[in-house]
Design a protein around this ligand. Structure first.
Ligand SMILES: NC(=O)N[C@@H](CC(=O)O)C(=O)O
Length: 425
């Protein structure tokens, strides 16, 4: 394995220093035997990013994404670990499917893949899946989610929360009261009325979050709230944390930047679950992420082939790409606004998601002896996003034509460069 010297890099935005990567770890002592030097003046080194919420689509929808293309997109975005959501075909609700996804990730070699197990069989919300078998499998599943669907039955949710305590698991809930969102197309408000699209009320998200926080506290288990999108949700999570309950939460990059005003274009690129919300929700999400109420940024990378997006709004699939642009959007919304420093970004995009997923080798400070999972990032670069150039198999980025700051220059997975000079290796 190549020994790298990264010269003059600013670790988490601190004073420039040299980093040596030898035999897959960050090495101490003099830079002996260096084979490749990376001049990193002006670049920031962060621990490899960890995504708790990625849709890789394999098995079943390899026309939208495969484990290989999705992890290539992840590496380009600076990620060294992704959690793969369970809504594949077949659903990842057995040890066999999660092991298949885990193995495909290892074979591709761009990024570690940690499969998420479904909470209920077939995501149908009727019967608890084989959570223990998935936890005991080679994939060592710790995160369980029916994402795309809410575990709406309170008794099933209670049982799932109780069940995962045995192996220190967590239920990642897609908080959406189904009866309140039947046929919903976009955020409920004055704009949905004007556009004639069925509204998706904030309370549909908030009612489930409130219920689940109470359930998690009642049984003493771990709850993770997926893609928080409203100001009211932030407030509920704040209250749960004040009470000391074991609740964590994520926000997506798109909910930190984009608003429901974009639905006025009727362009399904902006159709997503949960929907883009109002400017005041965006402000509350940014504040919640800054003060730690929301623990992490997770991409909810949701690739869809063009035939599922290139159609009228009501018929289009929900979801947007996120892996390749996440760090830039976080820079624009949180760092360039003064809400977070780079250490704060490392906490929310690497350390904390690794803790929630119980990952040992990711989300570690860039210290001697730590696995060399590293991203080198140029915060001064800018680019206009080209929607036709994605490592992802799909093209449904909501940022096409938008100028975003920053550029991932290199990504290292256990000392092996997966990206160098912005290009996949
Ligand atoms: N987030 C999305 O808009 N889409 C997700 C699942 C979902 O509907 O939540 C997907 O799998 O496409």
């Amino acid at each position: 394995m190549t020994t790298h010297l990264i010269k003059g890099v600013s670790v988490l935005g601190g004073t420039p220093t040299d980093l040596v990567i030898r035999d897959g770890v960050i090495a101490s002592g003099p830079a002996e035997g260096v084979e490749e030097v990376i001049e990193a003046e002006g670049l920031i080194a962060l621990p490899g990013l960890v995504d708790l919420h990625t849709h890789l689509r394999e098995p079943g929808r390899e026309d939208a994404e495969t484990v290989e293309t999705g992890t290539q997109a992840a590496a380009i975005g600076g990620f060294t670990a992704v959690h793969a959501m369970a809504n594949t075909e077949p659903v990842a609700d057995t040890a066999g499917v999660v092991e298949q996804v885990w193995r495909l990730g290892r074979e591709a070699g761009y990024c570690d893949v940690y499969p998420i197990g479904a909470v209920t069989v077939g995501l149908a919300g009727e019967k608890i899946a084989e959570l223990g078998a998935m936890a005991d499998s080679a994939a060592r599943v710790r995160v369980f989610s029916d994402d795309g669907h809410c575990v709406s039955d309170p008794l099933l949710m209670r049982r799932a929360l109780e069940y995962v305590k045995a192996f220190d698991g967590v239920i990642a809930q897609h908080s959406q009261e189904p009866r309140l969102t039947e046929g919903a197309q976009m955020n409920e408000g004055e704009l949905s009325g004007r556009l004639g699209l069925a509204g998706w009320p904030a309370v549909a998200e908030e009612a489930i979050i409130a219920r689940d926080c109470l359930l998690a506290a009642h049984v003493g288990s771990r709850l993770h709230v997926c893609h928080v999108s409203t100001a009211g949700s932030v407030e509920l999570i704040r209250q749960a944390k004040e009470k000391g309950w074991n609740v964590t939460a994520e926000v997506t990059p798109h909910h930190l930047l984009l608003t429901d005003e974009l639905a006025a274009t009727y362009d399904p690129l902006y159709k997503v679950n949960p929907p883009l919300r109002s400017a005041s929700d965006v402000e509350a999400l940014r504040a919640g992420l800054a003060d730690g109420t929301i623990d992490i940024v997770a991409t909810d990378h949701a690739p869809h082939p063009h035939e599922d997006k290139d159609c009228e709004w009501a018929a289009a699939a929900f979801g947007m790409l996120g892996l390749e642009t996440a760090l830039s959007v976080v820079q624009q919304t949180m760092v360039d606004t003064g809400l977070l420093d780079w250490a704060g970004v490392a906490e929310r995009m690497s350390y904390a998601p690794a803790r929630i997923g119980r990952l040992a080798d990711h989300g570690r400070p860039l210290e001697d002896g730590a696995p060399a999972n590293i991203v080198l990032y140029d915060p001064k670069a800018t680019r206009v996003v080209d929607g036709s150039e994605t490592a992802s198999l799909s093209r449904n980025t909501p940022y096409a034509g938008r100028e975003l700051p920053g550029r991932v220059v290199a990504t290292f997975l256990r000392g092996k460069a997966t990206v160098l000079d912005g290009k996949l290796q």
